[in-house]
Design a protein around this ligand. Sequence first.
Ligand code: AP5
Length: 226
Amino acid sequence: MRLVLLGPPGAGKGTQARMLEAQLKAPQIASGDLLRAAVRSRTALGTEAKGYMDKGALVPDELVLKLINERLGQRDAQGGGFILDGFPRTVAQAEALARMLETRKERLDKVVAIIVPDDEIIKRISGRRTCRNCGAMYHVIYDPPRNVNLCNNCNGELYQREDDAEDTVRMRLEVYAESTKPLLDHYGRLGLLAQIDGMGRPDDIERRILEAIGMNRTARTVEAKG
Ligand code: AP5
């Protein structure tokens, strides 16, 4: 399954992509995670990207496309599909992705947009905490860790992303409305888009996504056991 998860910042794309990895037997490929890794490693690309990310602006297409192209070339993303999270974010990126896939004689199977209202997004993002060590995600109210500021999985330190400050989040929402929302029409015209309600428990949202891509829980359970 070659799937794109679309949606505003904080809609739950990362949460859902991680949940879906096992169901779809396909890796999550998150452009934000790839960029943050480049920033941490202090590569030239990461240093250039950081200035844009700190402001809540989009990183220039050529930098993002380079990272995505490299990542799609890795073994786990070949043949069995992938779950793209946070990419594409502009129509130009979507067109570049289609060209990349065409050279592999592949095309997207589905694009699922997770729809969440802005006031809920602010609540979700302001309470998000992420493990520095393994990347696991929590929410101080909706999904708190067992021990304050420590990851349940690996005891790593939980931190708040620098771009999750409220005014940066508002900027990210504006950028979403201006540059990313047009992708809904783009993928709608291509007949690939399903829009799902992103409100509710993560399990319910996962079920809606599975339905949208033609899988259901029964099939999923049988597959997981097999
Ligand atoms: P990126 O990292 O992609 O951020 P984003 O798209 O803004 O999305 P988030 O990671 O903030 O949210 P999410 O939808 O994954 O939600 P999550 O599951 O974490 O991008 C960061 C920056 O990198 C961009 O601003 C840009 O500068 C740059 N960038 C990245 N990709 C780019 C590209 N393609 N082109 C150019 N620039 C690019 O959930 C959020 C919180 O809510 C968590 O705490 C979670 O626990 C909680 N939560 C999740 N689901 C639920 C639920 N159902 N109910 C209650 N709480 C929930």
